[in-house]
Write a protein that binds this ligand. Structure first.
Ligand code: UDX
Length: 465
């Protein structure tokens, strides 16, 4: 099929390349020449594992092209996907101006019967609004608009597309539903489930899924605080909890609070939709507040621990909002580093991928080339991103470079015993403070987290997946 993708940003580029890989002829339209020209020259502006190779392979087969908005591909398209930005407005709701502008641009250029699919994350009712705009511009109602949300995680986006848990298509029109079914046939024939709903339901599925996942993280982060206060260990508690099939083990890693381009923005938009429609989503509203407070509270922990030290210096390891990406949007580092600096602490930071993306957001922060250089003369180290490189740090080498001994391991990456052997004090998340165990906190005998498999008792793995 002939597909035109409006917008070659993260979602448009990844989805476009994956659809080309499925055998469709895809033209990605990019209005910004500063983005379009490098793409045409083979430069991929984002870091996503496998994407660069996939784009190059699809361009060689001729299945993927990049064009400006006047491309002759538009009147030829069977499906036009809108994958433009939907930034937050001041109230947390999303700004649909780019979606509406895209609709107005394509409306007069489409052949009758083409299908428009909205990929951008948009609030309930947007597809119907876009259909009205297109019908008004054309003077007739011959272009169905469907909702086709994406569920791609940065860092594993290609696998998330090609081996999706499900494809969701919201269509209020039967012929459009059939076109979308054909589009995704290469996936559904391989066993990927296909969920067909109305447009409003599909729009809500996207927000509900992200809000639900974010709630799990918010819950496990508060649970980690409870573990610390009670002398428990979050890794053992979430392991035991996640073994209930109704709960499941994924998305239960305690950390410095969720970030990224989706969870913070989508939970805000979800709550704003509730307020706008007069049905406040109080659970999600308190999640949003708790997630922000958490980052500030974790910064305060470091400030308190270093109080009294003159010209304290902290090495922050990890600027990306999670491992596997160079994206720093709403990352814990962007809240925690300025809070440390506001308390007079000098910060030097390292990240294996996100250095260039982070630099403009972190004035006054020194950026080091490697974790050991960052540790030079540091009173403490703070780990904010779960990069594998950090899990495998040579702690003795690190300790030798440092002035102090504390490591705030906000991703529970390090083994506290290994850190202790190197002379470091590892302060994790949701674990007993060093030198304090469950027995001391509760007066009870400390329980060893173990799982019984058949006749064997197995120690519960302490490292996060
Ligand atoms: C998310 C959704 O997973 C994806 O389906 C949607 O399309 C876009 O938003 P992404 O933002 O790439 O994807 O990252 P994800 O892996 O979901 O992590 C989001 C945040 O939650 C990160 O800050 C991560 O560190 C944090 N997280 C995740 C935890 O703190 N604990 C966990 O157990 C899982």
């Amino acid at each position: 099929m002939n597909i035109v993708m409006i917008g070659a940003g993260y979602v448009g580029l990844t989805t476009g390349a994956c659809l080309a890989r499925l055998g469709h002829l895809v033209t990605c339209i990019e209005a910004d020449p500063r983005r379009l020209l490098p793409l045409r020259a083979g430069e991929i502006p984002i870091y996503e594992p496998g994407l660069s190779d996939l784009v190059h392979a699809c361009r060689q087969t001729g299945n993927l092209q990049f064009a400006d908005p006047d491309t002759p591909a538009l009147p030829e398209a069977d499906v036009v996907m809108i994958a433009v930005g939907t930034p937050s407005d001041d109230d947390g709701d999303i700004d649909l101006r780019q979606v509406h502008a895209a609709a107005r641009h394509i409306a007069p250029r489409l052949r009758s019967g083409a299908v428009v699919a909205i990929k951008s994350t948009v609030v309930a009712g947007t597809a119907r609004g876009v259909a009205e705009i297109i019908a008004e511009v054309r003077g007739k109602n011959d272009i169905p608009v469907v909702s086709n949300p994406e569920f791609l995680r940065e860092g594993s986006a290609l696998a998330d597309f090609l081996r999706a848990d499900r494809v969701v298509v919201g269509a209020d029109d039967e012929r459009a539903a059939k076109v979308m079914e054909d589009l995704y046939a290469p996936l559904t024939t391989q066993g990927v489930p296909y969920v067909r709903t109305g447009t409003v339901d599909a729009e809500l599925i996207k927000y509900a899924a992200n809000a639900c996942l974010a709630l799990r993280i918010g819950f496990v982060n508060e649970l980690a605080d409870l573990c610390e206060a009670a002398g428990g260990d979050i890794r053992a508690v979430s392991h035991g909890m996640g073994m209930d099939n109704r709960i499941g083990p994924r998305f239960l890693q305690a950390g410095p609070g969720f970030g990224g381009s989706c969870f913070p923005k989508d939970t805000r938009a979800y709550a704003a939709t509730g307020r706008r429609l007069g049905v406040r989503q109080t659970v999600v509203e308190s999640l949003i507040a708790a997630n922000e407070t958490r980052k500030e509270a974790l910064a305060q922990r470091i400030v308190d621990a270093l109080s009294g030290r003159r010209r304290a210096r902290v090495a922050v390891l990890g600027l990306a909002f999670k491992a596997g990406t160079d994206d720093v949007r709403d990352s814990a580092a962007l809240t925690i580093i300025p809070a440390l600096q506001a308390a007079g602490i000098q910060v030097v930071a390292h990240d294996p991928k996100a250095r260039d993306q982070a630099a403009p957001h972190l004035p006054g922060t020194e950026l080091a080339d490697c974790p050991y250089a960052a540790a030079e003369g540091a009173d403490a180290i703070v780990i904010l991103t779960e990069w594998e490189d950090y899990r495998r740090l040579d702690l003795t080498r690190l300790a030798r470079r440092m002035k102090g001994t504390q490591v705030f391991d906000y991703r529970n990456l390090l083994c506290p015993d290994r850190a202790a052997r190197a002379g470091l004090t590892c302060i994790g998340i949701g674990r007993p403070a060093p030198g304090k165990d469950a027995q001391q906190a509760t007066g009870a005998a400390p329980a060893q987290p173990r799982t019984h498999h058949g006749t064997r008792w197995v120690e519960v793995a302490a490292s996060p997946s």
